[in-house]
Design a protein around this ligand. Sequence first.
Ligand SMILES: [Zn+2]
Length: 416
Amino acid sequence: MILEKYSIGIGDRFAHQGKAQLDALIKAKAQGVFIVPVWNKSYREHTIIKSVPADTRNEADEAVNAVGWKDAYYVDADHIGLKNVGDFMESSDFFTLDVADFISEISEERELHEFIKKQVKYVGIFDIPGIDESFQITVEMVEKTARKFLYAIKEAGKIYRHIESVKGKDAFVTEVSVDESNEPQTPVELFFILSAVAEEGIPAQTIAPKFTGRFNKGVDYVGDLQQFTKEFEEDIAIINFAIKEFSLPANLKLSIHSGSDKFSIYPPIRKALQKFDTGLHLKTAGTTWLEELIGLAMAGGDGLDIVKEVYKKAYFRFEELCKPYAAVIDINKDRLPSPEAVGRWDEGTYASTLRHDQKCELYNSNFRQLLHIGYKIAAEMVNRYLDGLVKHEKVIAQNVTENIYERHLKPIFIGE
Ligand SMILES: [Zn+2]
């Protein structure tokens, strides 16, 4: 199973927007740009919503049949580990092995030395095609990187082999993710991580490092754009070099766990993809759930009532909702509108305050982030929310499709 050059992790919290999401990819295909969908959902999300991985598989299959999508599509067990991969085994054909929690765990000295010994040949001045500057690699760097990452990658090896023992070789796509770690990885660290991935025999087709800057949920990138661009391009060059050097899968590419909507890094990403003629996997899953809220708001009446209630409850359960996402949100509580004020809003005000249009005066990134992590509230409404999705399907679908196509696919894969 070989993942295509361009792929997008669209997710779908409540499993109702598969068709609308596919419509965006069909529009891109009509423009000559082929991007395959990956419905990714993490264990954390399933737990909060009380859904099961089979739901995601059913949604994907149904959506694909309904719109007549003849190309590949995938269901990603996102951010799984040995403890919870079992639940995903049957329904997934894409596995994101998350080993960020194992970074800096202590490896066996013997294993460490074995690994370091094999890397010693890279010590010294080290040039990588596509990167102007030379890297200066010291023995200390090799050892430090090995101590930081070897244990984690060995853990990824264990998870990989476990999945392989059940599903069979080449029957699924493997991603290795270290994006939910405390510090970004440098390109040199990525190089040795890939070396360890190859040593473990993991046929990784995507790798998700942590990049410099803040990737808060649902809102734009916060950080040094120039630094990001440099790192991103260096990472691509490193991957291309590592593919040959370590005999990794030829289609190995970067996976960006964007946390949704990192619009300001899209132009440099596009430039880099063209410069290196390389692929990308972009995860931007949560954005669709916010379009559901926008669609419901625009529908007015009972739709607007639902989204006002979601906000009100999210506002009063702020601490609880923020807890699992503390590392990836920056919400200024003082900038949140009061539920009373929101209660008086009309459909346009709610939609414009939430919609990710930074040029719009009403747009409020604090409001947006809180709702991004507030899907638990909608899940608790059960049928009232899901019935709303069905009743107002048309206006929601328009927003979902337009959002993915105009704000995500176009700037990265198609160009203005
Ligand atoms: Zn991630």
